[in-house]
Design a protein around this ligand. Structure first.
Ligand SMILES: Nc1nc2c(c(=O)[nH]1)N[C@H]1C(S)=C(S)[C@@H](COP(=O)(O)O)O[C@H]1N2
Ligand SMILES: [Mo]
Length: 306
């Protein structure tokens, strides 16, 4: 679960990243920075207070983000998804929307994406296993898509399903989890402007191992909430049961908020290893997004609702 040796830096990675950074500063200089870093960015990023670390300087290498993965549909090893996820066919792709909403339906992915403006968001990403990354996503706010389906007043939760097709996802032939992978959010979490649907990272389309063509990103929650390769969105009144709750409800709760004060039953959550670094970092409450999202959990006992 944890990288044993320090990854080596090859020319390929350096080129990849220096090109990316050069392009970003070029765009900024040209005054077109608003396209990438403009007014639609969440308050926590735009108004990054003095003293808050600049996540841009902490970016995890593209190579690590795309080769050290969790995607059990392709095996449980960290390098399995990069090796095996090529069997997933991401085009054509459609998404079925139903439940408590006025505009359900089955939609071709292109039609869903057409009106959505993608932007870049650099987020910390913390896996429940104790490792973390900083990832420059391309995506759009989940809430802006969900609104189009007109959720009813009874929609208190939304859940998502990953594709189920053992031919394309051979890991589904083994019952390590109940398939398809399902995850859920409370409606206010889903509608929060930090919550993204990602279509790319580092300025490129998502690779299959990272959840192409569309995956959720909820930066203040443990990584497993960020469900990959989504084919279904369902609005409902009752709290859904997620794949990880089904697998082990004692270890994985519905909320799964990053919280250094609530240990996993088998290990501490106080520290994390940033992939590419040697010394461990302190894990931040709500993964560093408390200013933005702590208000969602006012009055909720986070030791019980882990
Ligand atoms: N469908 C599906 N989504 C998933 C997973 C999975 O196994 N299947 N793993 C989760 C876990 S545990 C993590 S940490 C993140 C990993 O995302 P990454 O590989 O892009 O870093 O994806 C999450 N989404
Ligand atoms: Mo994870």
């Amino acid at each position: 679960m944890i990288l044993k040796k320090k990854p080596t830096l090859t020319d390929h990675h350096v080129t990849d990243e220096s090109l990316y950074k050069a392009r970003r500063s070029f765009i900024k200089t040209m005054g077109a920075g608003s396209i990438l870093l403009g007014s639609t960015l969440a308050p926590g990023i735009l108004s990054a207070k003095a003293g808050k670390p600049d996540l841009k300087s902490e970016l995890t290498r593209y190579k690590d983000i795309t080769s050290y993965n969790n995607f059990y549909e392709f095996g449980t090893g960290k390098s399995d998804p990069a090796k095996y996820a090529h069997t997933l066919k991401t085009s054509p792709w459609s998404i079925h929307v139903d439940g408590e909403c006025s505009k359900p339906g089955t939609f071709a992915l292109e039609d869903l994406l057409k009106p959505m403006q993608t932007e870049e968001r650099i987020y910390r990403f913390r896996c429940v296993e104790g490792w973390s990354m900083v990832i420059p996503w391309q995506g759009f706010e989940l809430g802006k898509l969900l609104t189009r389906f007109e959720p009813t007043s009874r929609a208190k939760y939304v859940y998502f399903e990953t594709l189920y097709d053992p031919k394309q996802m051979p890991g589904q032939k083994r019952s390590v989890l109940e398939w398809p992978y399902v995850e859920g959010l409370r409606m206010d979490e889903a509608m929060h402007p930090l919550t993204l649907l990602a279509t790319g990272l580092y300025g490129k389309d998502l690779l299959n191992q990272n959840g192409a063509p569309l995956r959720l990103v909820v930066p203040w929650k443990y990584g497993f909430k960020s469900i990959k390769s989504i084919v279904k969105i369902h609005f409902l009144e009752e709290q859904p049961i997620t794949s990880w709750q089904k697998a082990n409800a004692v270890e994985y709760g519905f909320y799964s908020n990053v919280n250094p004060e609530v240990d996993h039953p088998r290990w501490s959550q106080k520290r994390e290893r940033r992939i590419g670094e040697f010394r461990k970092r302190k894990t931040l409450f709500l993964n560093g997004y408390a200013d933005e999202v702590a208000v969602l959990y006012k009055g909720l006992d986070l030791k019980k609702n882990y």
